[in-house]
Design a protein around this ligand. Structure first.
Ligand SMILES: Cc1cc2nc3c(=O)[nH]c(=O)nc-3n(C[C@H](O)[C@H](O)[C@H](O)COP(=O)(O)OP(=O)(O)OC[C@H]3O[C@@H](n4cnc5c(N)ncnc54)[C@H](O)[C@@H]3O)c2cc1C
Length: 328
């Protein structure tokens, strides 16, 4: 029996062949999935993961496709899209399926009189993807709200507490363990003392994103993680490398990192172009596609930025991709 027939028989008759992944990513880049399945509930996802394992087929699972770059050659094996989009708000607790849209959960939470998740409005993608990358903005992070995660972990469905998830800056145990997947999560927020203030915060964050990010283009958000200086002289080095005015401060995030967008801006690399992809003029850490970009353009532009910045900073600043490379 072919793999396709086996998947259709044992997972679902809806398993597709040759599905273009460009239409499932915010970058709108990438080749086709050999086999593709949209899991509408956690049981379907678990079954698909198990069957792929039993058949010895490579597996890739994703959510909103807003933090990944799919190779032009596509992805071999079974690609599962988490399309379990439900979530329930009870008191100050939210139970969200992995495929629930993060930004929508943020809006509904605020409307329900809760606070603490306003930072997530405008973050594309799903709760599962946000937990896996410990997404964050405006001083908030996923890990601040997660109570527990129902997960597929090395063959078993288990409940992990926040402390078991190994959260770090844009990091979690799900990122470090290929066989761990988020199925659903329980989030705890606070009851807002002033519900109007929470709604105003949402509007402010959305406006700020519109002003600072090229939201009108195809993009995968921040290409690079913010850079963490290891030694005090590296902070001082910033002034020399980028020839800063004496009044200009080097920005430090609350995590002690320097925003990659600021580094790219000061390195005067905004607007740099390879093929059909360009460093946004609006935000140095966003690459934007004109709609015809290839993944190879993105890879080449990434290499240009990393090399130029490393050379400019005497080998000190080595940017690392935040965006996940898939099928390379
Ligand atoms: C315009 C724009 C703005 C953005 N702003 C922010 C921001 O402010 N802060 C921020 O942190 N990010 C931001 N991002 C990046 C991205 O939206 C987030 O990282 C988001 O949380 C990714 O979720 P996703 O479902 O789209 O993940 P995907 O892109 O679908 O997947 C990313 C990775 O997560 C894995 N994954 C997805 N779902 C699961 C799951 N259920 N279980 C295990 N692994 C899974 C995938 O295998 C893949 O490796 C932005 C992106 C864009 C395009």
């Amino acid at each position: 029996m072919s793999h396709l027939s086996a998947l259709r028989e044992r997972v679902s008759s809806e398993v597709k062949e040759g599905e273009p992944l460009a239409k499932h990513t915010t970058f709108k880049i990438g080749g086709a999935a050999e086999y593709f399945f949209e899991a509408k509930n956690a049981d379907d996802a678990v079954r698909a993961v198990r069957v792929a394992g039993e058949l010895g087929i490579p597996l890739f699972l994703f959510g909103g496709g807003s933090n990944m770059l799919v190779s032009d050659r596509g992805v071999t094996g079974l690609v599962i899209k988490m399309a379990n989009r439900g979530f329930v708000i009870e008191g100050n607790v939210i139970t969200a399926e992995a495929g629930a849209p993060t930004g929508l959960v943020s809006m509904r939470a605020s409307e329900a009189g809760l606070t603490g998740f306003e930072w997530a409005v405008g973050v594309p993608g799903t709760v599962g993807g946000a937990i896996r990358g410990n997404a964050g903005a405006y001083g908030g992070e996923m890990k601040d709200s997660v109570i527990s995660v129902r997960a597929y972990k090395d063959g078993q469905v288990v409940t992990l507490r926040n402390a078991d998830c190994g959260f770090g800056y844009r990091d979690s145990a799900f990122k470090r363990n290929a066989g761990w997947f988020v199925l659903s999560a329980t989030l705890e927020l606070k009851l807002a003392a002033d519900a109007e203030a929470s709604k105003a915060q949402l509007r402010k964050n959305l406006l700020d994103r519109k002003e600072k990010q090229p939201v009108e283009f195809s993009t995968a958000g921040c290409m690079f993680t913010n850079w963490r200086p290891e030694r005090p002289e590296q902070l001082a080095g910033m002034r020399k490398w980028f020839d800063l005015d004496k009044d200009e401060k080097v920005p430090l995030t609350s995590q002690g990192t320097i925003p990659a967008g600021w580094i790219i801006d000061r390195a005067q690399l905004k607007g740099t172009k390879v093929g059909h992809v360009q460093v946004s003029e609006k935000h140095g850490n966003f690459f934007v596609s004109d709609g015809q970009a290839k993944a190879d353009d993105v890879v080449a532009l990434t290499a240009v930025l990393k090399t130029r910045i490393r050379n400019m900073t005497d080998g000190n600043v080595q940017l690392q991709e935040e965006v996940e490379y898939v099928g390379f």
